[in-house]
Design a protein. Structure first.
Length: 305
């Protein structure tokens, strides 16, 4: 898709051209055998939107009740790929997605970035004055906190398991509304009363694609890995020096409890480039003798926004 966008001379936008080619590729693959993609359900979530953005409308989507089940569906062969949210620009990392990375045999083979737009929707309400209850995921309620304070100060806010569940509840209960994405409104037959109500206009979520697949270098890649430091002074600094010496740019460095021993941590790292690039291969080789634990989670093309 990066090459397609680079070659585009208009009049269509880069995003439109990329989407057209993605759908053509998806339809062609579906003639052979549709790709099945597991995602954090139910239907109508941003995870499903991310799956369709990456794989196209020709893919078969498989909703799962938890992030654990997304991984398990791919590991068991029920799905070809899985897609999990990994971080949000305002709420930070999705801990469970990261915690499962060191445990799974699956590899990260792609990423998708979705701009998150929240909408207020209802089945029965025709204006804001009649709304007495608003359903949404707790994170979405937090992301629309100021708008809700200004426009629906007296409405009860009810946190539910997902935005799609919020849309379902709003479709069943009178004088209620949901904060959710456009796909949820379409799926549950709701009317959008207010659009783009998120407080942060650049609210974005990054998703990772996992599967038993290793993409070849595309020319604009990322490599993700997980590390642990040896128990000695300066261990973290020493662990990162191979990247600096090899001129490797680091775009993410995040710690998570190891869940093996108290006060021990794993470090999740994203770097620019493919693991087969000479400078990255050199840095990874040096890292093996420095870090307490190293696992390369995958090298994959950077997201085409």
């Amino acid at each position: 898709m990066l090459r397609i966008k680079k070659l585009n001379q208009g009049p269509l936008s880069d995003e439109t051209v990329a989407r057209l080619f993605r759908e053509i590729m998806s339809a062609c693959l579906a003639l052979e055998r549709p790709i099945t993609v597991s995602y954090l359900g139910p239907a109508g979530t941003f995870s499903e939107k991310a799956a369709l953005k990456h794989f196209g409308e020709g893919a078969v989507t498989l909703p799962c009740p938890s992030i654990d089940e997304v991984y398990r569906a791919v590991e068991s062969g029920a799905a070809d790929f899985g897609i999990v949210p990994v971080e949000n620009s305002t709420e930070g990392a999705v801990g469970r997605s990261l915690d499962l990375m060191p445990q799974t045999p699956l590899k990260i083979c792609g990423e998708v970035v979705i701009r998150i737009h929240h909408h207020l929707m209802s089945k029965t309400a025709t204006d804001l004055k009649s709304i007495t209850r608003v359903f949404s995921h707790g994170q979405s309620l937090a992301q629309c906190h100021e708008w809700l304070n200004s426009h629906l100060p007296n409405a009860e806010r009810v946190a539910v398991s997902s935005n799609a569940e919020a849309a379902r509840r709003a479709g069943e209960e009178a004088d209620s509304a949901a904060v959710a994405g456009e796909m949820a409104a379409e799926h549950y037959g709701l009317t959008i009363l207010a659009s783009n109500i998120e407080d942060e206009p650049n609210n974005t979520t990054r998703f990772l694609i996992v599967g038993d697949y290793e993409p070849q270098p595309s020319g604009k890649d990322k490599t993700s890995l997980v590390l642990s430091a040896k128990n000695k002074a300066g261990a973290v600094y020493e662990m990162l020096t191979p990247f600096a010496r090899s001129g490797v740019s680091m775009t993410k460095f995040e710690s998570r409890p190891s869940r093996v021993a108290i006060w021990e941590y794993l470090f999740f790292v994203d770097i620019e480039g493919h693991r087969s690039d000479a400078n990255i291969a050199e840095a990874l080789e040096q890292l093996k003798s420095i870090a307490g634990y190293v696992k390369v989670l995958g090298s994959y093309p950077q997201a085409v926004i």
